[in-house]
Ligand binder design. Structure first.
Ligand SMILES: NC(=O)c1ccc[n+]([C@@H]2O[C@H](COP(=O)([O-])OP(=O)(O)OC[C@H]3O[C@@H](n4cnc5c(N)ncnc54)[C@H](OP(=O)(O)O)[C@@H]3O)[C@@H](O)[C@H]2O)c1
Length: 426
C-alpha cells in the first residue's frame, strides 16, 4: 500500500473549515461494488468524510469508483504521499482477496410492501429481491398488464392499497406517482404500526407535520430521504445544520429536470430539444409541468423548511417562476434556485444568475445542490445526483438499511452484517 497521510490538507490562503466533520474508516469488499458503494453512501449522507480500504484488486476498485459515480458520490484514489482528506471519499487498495466478514446471525427477513414499480419502485424491487434480509410481500401498481423492465414475481401484484397492507408488512416502501393515494397509504400504514420509507415529495409535502406526529404517536418510523434531492443528501444536510444551530437561510437547486434543461440551453440547444433530451435521459416525465412550473421544487423546499423549523410554508404559498420556451432568463449561468430566508420570512422558486458561485455554477446534468446557513454564520453544503433510478434507489436503500440496523427483532441483530465503521474526529 502506498504511503498516504490521514491529515487535513492546508491550502495557502484558504479559510479553515468551521469545524471538522467526522471521518469514517471502512473496510470494503470491492468485488461486491453495489454493496460497497451503499456502505460508503450511508456514511457520506451522514456528512462524514470516508476513507475506505477496499479489497478485490484494481479492477474491482475501478468498479467501485464507477458504482459510486452512478449514485453521485465522487471518490478519489490518493497516490503516494497524498493526504486522504482532501476529498469526501478516498479509496485505498487493500488485499486482492477479501477476508470474510462476521457471519450473519439467525434472522427473520423484514417483510416489505412496495407501492409503485416505476423508475424508483422498480429499482428498489430489484435490490429487495436480491437480498435475503428482505421479503417482498406485495407490489402495488395501477396497471397489471404494463410492460416493465423489472419482473414482478407472480402472485405479488396488488391493485388495491388495502390488499397491500393486508399482507402485514413490517415496512411500506411508498414510491407511487399519485400523491393522494400515496398519502392515504402512508397514513394507513403508520396508523397500523407499519414503518414507512417514502420517495414521494408531493405525498409528504402537503402536511409533513401531521404525518410526523402520526409516526410519533404510533411509534412507527417515517423515513423520506429520497423525496428531496434523489441521491443527494439534502434532508440530512439540513438536519445536520439544524443540530448545529438555528437555520437562517436555505438556497438550493432542487429540480434535476430544470437543471438539465438550463445546462442544455446554456450550450445553445433550443428549449424543445433540451426538454426532449431530458425525457430521453429519463429525468423529465411525459407531463413535465410540475418540474417546469416550480411546483416540484416548491414541494421539496416545503419539506426542507420542515426539517429546519419543524414546520414549512404550504406548497401553494411559495411564489414560483416558470421555465418555458419564451421565459426571460437572467444573463449568464442560470439556475432554478429555491430560497428560504427565515429572517425575512420569505420563500420562492426563481431563476437566478449564479456566475462565480462555486456550489451552483458548474452543476452538471440533473445534479442538485444545497447551501444552508446557521445563525452563527456556519455554512453547510452538499451536491449530488438529484434524480434517476440508481441514485434515488440508493437513498431508499439507505433508509431501509438504517431501519434494519435498529429493528427490534429477537436477539437484536436480524442478520445485519454491515461493516461497523470506525469514526474518527480529527
Ligand atoms: N424518478 C425519480 O428520479 C424520482 C426521484 C425522487 C423521487 N421520486 C418520486 O418517487 C415517486 C415515484 O416516481 P417514479 O419516477 O418511480 O414514477 P413512475 O415511474 O411514473 O412510477 C410510478 C408508479 O406508481 C404506480 N401508481 C401510480 N398511481 C397509482 C395508484 N393510484 N395506485 C397504484 N399504483 C399507482 C404506477 O403504476 P403502473 O406502473 O401500473 O402505472 C407506477 O408503478 C414519485 O412520487 C416521484 O415524485 C422520483
Amino acid at each position: 500500500m502506498p504511503a498516504v497521510f490521514l491529515c487535513r490538507p492546508t491550502v495557502e490562503g484558504a479559510p479553515a473549515p468551521a469545524a471538522a466533520e467526522p471521518v469514517a474508516l471502512l473496510q470494503l469488499d470491492a468485488g461486491q461494488p453495489a454493496d460497497a458503494a451503499s456502505a460508503v453512501y450511508r456514511e457520506f449522507r451522514r456528512g462524514r468524510r470516508v476513507v475506505a480500504v477496499a479489497s478485490g484488486g484494481a479492477t474491482a476498485l475501478g468498479s467501485l469508483v464507477t458504482a459510486l459515480a452512478a449514485i453521485g458520490v465522487v471518490a478519489t484514489r490518493p497516490g503516494h504521499g497524498e493526504t486522504l482528506l482532501s476529498d469526501d471519499v478516498a479509496l485505498l487498495a487493500g488485499p486482492d482477496v477479501a477476508t470474510d466478514g462476521p457471519a450473519a446471525g439467525p434472522f427473520r427477513p423484514l417483510r416489505i410492501a412496495l407501492a409503485g414499480c416505476g423508475v424508483v419502485g422498480g429499482g428498489v424491487l430489484q435490490r429487495l429481491l436480491a437480498d435475503p434480509r428482505f421479503e417482498v410481500v406485495g407490489v402495488l401498481v395501477r396497471d397489471p398488464g404494463k410492460r416493465r423492465d423489472v419482473v414482478v414475481p407472480k402472485g405479488l401484484v396488488r391493485l388495491d392499497p388495502a390488499a397491500l397492507l393486508a399482507r402485514e408488512p413490517a415496512v411500506l416502501v411508498e414510491a407511487i406517482s399519485d400523491p393522494s393515494t400515496g398519502r392515504a397509504l402512508i397514513c394507513a400504514a403508520l396508523t397500523r404500526g407499519v414503518a414507512v420509507v417514502s420517495a414521494s415529495k408531493q405525498a409528504l409535502a402537503g402536511d409533513l407535520t401531521t404525518l410526523t406526529a402520526l409516526a410519533r404517536t404510533s411509534g412507527s418510523p417515517l423515513l423520506y430521504s429520497a423525496s428531496v434531492g434523489g441521491g443527494s443528501p439534502l434532508i440530512e444536510t439540513v438536519r445536520r445544520a439544524r443540530d448545529h444551530g438555528a437555520v437562517v437561510r436555505i438556497e438550493a437547486v432542487l429540480n434535476g429536470t430544470c437543471n438539465f434543461i438550463l445546462n442544455r440551453l446554456a450550450d445553445g440547444v433550443t428549449f424543445d430539444a433540451a426538454l426532449d433530451a431530458a425525457r430521453v435521459a429519463g429525468f423529465a416525465e411525459e407531463d413535465p409541468s410540475a418540474d417546469l412550473t416550480g411546483l416540484d421544487a416548491a414541494a421539496k423546499l416545503s419539506i426542507l423548511a420542515h426539517e429546519a423549523l419543524g414546520q414549512g410554508p404550504t406548497v401553494d404559498s411559495i411564489p414560483r417562476d416558470t421555465l418555458a420556451a419564451d421565459a426571460v432568463l437572467p444573463a449568464g449561468r442560470v439556475r432554478q434556485i429555491a430560497s428560504l430566508d427565515l429572517r425575512a420570512g420569505t420563500a420562492d422558486i426563481a431563476f437566478r444568475a449564479v456566475e462565480g458561485d462555486g456550489l451552483f455554477a458548474d452543476l452538471p446534468d440533473e445534479w442538485n445542490a444545497l447551501r444552508v446557513e446557521t445563525a452563527d454564520g456556519r455554512v453547510f453544503t452538499t451536491r449530488g445526483r438529484g434524480a434517476g433510478r440508481l441514485p434515488t434507489t440508493e437513498a431508499v436503500w439507505a433508509d431501509l438499511n438504517d431501519l434494519l440496523a435498529v429493528w427490534p427483532y429477537q436477539g437484536g441483530c436480524n442478520g445485519h452484517t454491515d461493516t461497523d465503521p470506525l469514526i474518527l474526529r480529527l
